[in-house]
Design a protein. Sequence first.
Length: 252
Amino acid sequence: MTLRKPPPGRLFLVGIGPGDHRDMTARAIAVLRNCDVVVGYSRYIELVRPFIAGKEVIASGMSQEIVRCSLAIAAAGRGKKVALISSGDAGVYGMAGPALQMLDKEKLRGKIAVEVVPGVPVVNAAAARLGAPLMNDYAVISLSDLLTPWEVIVQRLTHAAQSDMVICLYNPKSTKRSRQIKEAQSLLLYYRQRKTLVGIARNVGRQGETITVTTLGQMLRHKIDMLTVLIIGNSTTTLCAGAMVTPRGYKL
């Protein structure tokens, strides 16, 4: 008798969007409903509960990204269809990068089928709530120095500020990391006017969502934490009908 080999595993690196199910892609929902195993950060698992009833769920806490990658790859290696989830888009400060790196390191890329399933990045959802602040060129920078040296972040922020691009800030502040946002504001004020518009979006797509439009000079008077995305306008960003707009140059 010839024993059949188990079917090859599949690993889906799924972006679940900012949190509101209406902002999830149809592809992401279909993958979650048809997979065998869902792996993710505990808070994100709760966001997709309606789509994963009856699935094997592997959840873990903050800063366990490498562990989650390893568990997801191991399950796919056993022939399972596995969804490793990230908030927003899996390829934007998400799990796609480390998962692909781990597959390459362990020489498993050809043995496990992999698909990156795009999601709506939080910054895009925040921009939509604010209006159209990303109509022209922009840079996205994380202020977290857990994985990137602060000196490198400052260099990137400086170049973005000098370029007059709109700047989107992820991970601006946490309970243990509060000086970075203050230093970022000081640096930006060196290159931009205090009246520069700033959009502050907290808990986008989740309970307790707040959207605030303020200025670069006043932004630290508002609540900013790890659930916040800031969009700092360029020299042309303005308010139109109460919404932030960065003109692209169309003649109206």
